[in-house]
Write a protein that binds this ligand. Structure first.
Ligand code: ADP
Ligand code: MG
Length: 240
């Protein structure tokens, strides 16, 4: 298994600060945070082979250090049920990304297992000039983008912080299983927030973190998309 340091060092060596989804998920897995199985395919053939290994349905996404908003680039295809759908999705993703980002360095596509539907949540971390690292929690999609229904706590979180920040969002009833929908496992989400808090505390090189979305289920929760941004090297060393 690739260690967290290996991932961070290789990104630094390439003079990058934004990690790809695959790199971000490797870091999270190293911190004991559950992510959907995600593997890099550099050719159509490889994408098909990996899909068969992972098991249908799968998701294909553009894998490029230069494209971090993958859907905007036509770079996400979900629910691919067989080899021919995977092949077609590979070709469409590649041509759309090359057209929209002609200068991008494209590694290929990531092949992922398709997470079953759940309540979509987001967990974010950014650094406040005054308070330092701050954790954000909210429900995905319109809840964050339109309603700004989110809660914040300063890292490190206490268990009480984790519990409160989940309960205080207005959308909390959705997590309890609104109108027969599968409820989220609240203690599991509290532990997830605490794990993210620990991970951020132990990895000062991280400047920003965006787990968007995480699918919450009644037994667990799984990170479906992730983006980690590192501090500028010079700043970490105090040279600027
Ligand atoms: P973006 O870079 O545009 O944020 P995402 O990886 O978040 O791309 O994918 C867009 C959407 O596709 C997600 O919000 C989620 O609803 C769905 N999705 C992505 N990956 C998966 C997956 N592995 N399983 C199920 N749904 C997924
Ligand atoms: Mg996303």
């Amino acid at each position: 298994m690739v260690s967290q340091n290996q991932v961070i060092n290789s990104v630094k060596e390439q003079n990058r600060t934004i990690l790809t989804e695959i790199e971000s998920k490797k870091l999270l897995e190293g911190a004991g945070i559950n992510t959907v199985e995600t593997r890099l395919a550099s050719s159509q053939r490889e994408a098909v082979d990996l899909s068969e290994q992972i098991g249908f349905p799968v998701v294909l996404k553009i894998a490029s250090p230069d494209i971090s908003h993958k859907s905007d680039a036509g770079g996400v295809k979900v629910g691919l049920k067989n080899k021919s759908e995977v092949g077609e999705a590979f070709r469409e993703i590649m041509s759309s990304a090359k057209q929209k980002y002609p200068a991008a360095n494209i590694q290929g596509v990531s092949v992922q297992s398709m997470a079953r539907p759940g309540v979509e949540i987001i967990i974010g971390m950014s650094k406040d000039p005054q308070f330092g690292p701050v954790l954000m929690f909210g429900l995905g999609g319109i809840f964050v983008e339109v309603l700004k229904d989110v809660s914040f706590r300063i890292i490190p979180l206490t268990r009480r912080d984790a519990s409160e920040m989940i309960k205080e969002i207005r959308g909390y009833p959705l997590l309890e299983g609104y109108r027969g929908q599968e409820p989220a496992n609240i203690p599991f989400l509290e532990n997830l927030l605490l794990k993210v808090s620990d991970f951020v505390e132990q990895t000062p090189e991280i400047k920003e973190l965006d787990l968007n979305p995480v699918f919450a289920h009644s037994d667990a929760a799984v990170v479906v998309d992730a983006r980690v941004v590192l501090e500028d090297e010079m700043r970490v060393k105090g040279e600027v």
